[in-house]
Write a protein that binds this ligand. Structure first.
Ligand code: HPA
Length: 296
């Protein structure tokens, strides 16, 4: 029988295990927390001590990131003594990978022993109160590709990862949202910290004005091209999830506007806010407890 990776539907449990075992043979770090860095936010990996770095090309089975602004490296290390792994760059639907392949690293994290995944992304602000540079804690998502049948769990279900029909009403851990709000207030970030709903589209073209208006009416506060499918896979295999979007541009909602979304603006905003996002993430990681013994 062909391995699942050869049939286009993703990777089997055995293939994900082989990748996890290869990584564990190369480093002694056994991460409890995984951090996925969005466009322009790869600097989050710099907060790890004693880093052990792998290029995606060198990791068996790993999907490659081809996007400018995404380094394509997996960094293992510790954060105030806590073992972590950080993905500097992710792959996206618009690069042409099947959705099951894009999300494969999340299953590898589970097999490495990760309990909590923290994700960041760049997003366009749909909520008219949002400004460029705001950071939106994601409280829920709208999975547009999923409406068209493109869900990462489509295909045979391996119960070793999780159940056939996983619940998503608790996808974003409410205690972690609360913790981020509290720490954000302590750090003096209240002016730019928001909480809202993320909608994912396939990209790579940015949205039309009509599409932005529609997405806003549907209840979305920010729009992007990642994260939601990774969250689905992480929840399927029982990891806790926290995610936040850096608002890198205001989605164009008005036909009189001359603004145009562009990738350079996304990367520049990422650089400017990254230090504060690093601080928030590292303070959160320190406060996490593990083995179902959560401080928060
Ligand atoms: N739309 C979609 N994805 C994005 C945007 C946007 O405006 N900004 C950053 N990523």
């Amino acid at each position: 029988m062909l391995p699942e990776s050869a049939t286009g539907t993703g990777y089997s449990y055995e293939e994900c295990s082989a990748t996890a075992e290869w990584l564990m043979s190369q480093t002694e770090v056994r991460p409890l927390v995984a951090i996925v860095c969005g466009s322009g936010m790869g600097g989050l990996a710099d907060i790890l001590k004693d880093p052990v770095v792998f290029k995606y090309n060198d990791i068996p089975n790993f999907p490659q990131s081809t996007v400018h602004g995404h380094a394509g490296r997996l960094v293992f290390g510790t954060l105030k003594g806590k073992p972590c792994v950080c993905m500097q760059g992710r792959s996206h639907l618009y690069e042409g990978y099947p959705i099951q392949k894009i999300t494969m690293p999340i299953r590898v994290f589970k097999l490495l022993g990760v309990e909590t995944v923290i994700m960041t992304n760049a997003a366009g602000g749909l909520n008219q109160d949002y400004k460029v540079g705001d950071v939106m804690i994601i409280k829920d998502h709208i999975n547009m590709p999923g409406f068209a049948g493109n869900n990462p769990l489509v295909g045979p279900n391996d119960e070793r990862f999780g159940t056939r029909f996983p619940c998503m009403s608790d996808a974003y851990d409410r205690k972690l949202v609360q913790l981020a709000q509290e720490l954000g207030t302590d750090l003096g970030y209240s002016d730019f910290l928001r909480e809202g709903v993320y909608v994912v589209l396939g990209g790579p073209s940015f949205e039309t004005i009509a599409e932005c208006r529609m997405l806003h009416r549907l209840g979305a506060d920010a729009v992007g091209m990642s994260t939601a499918h990774e969250v689905i896979v992480a929840r399927h295999c029982g990891m806790r999830v926290f995610a936040m979007s850096l608002i890198t541009n205001e989605a164009v909602m008005n036909y009189d506007s001359q603004d145009k979304a562009n990738h350079e603006e996304v990367l520049e905003t990422g650089k400017q806010r990254s230090e504060q996002m690093q601080k928030l993430v590292s303070n959160m990681v320190v406060r996490l407890e593990h083995n179902n013994n959560f401080a928060c």
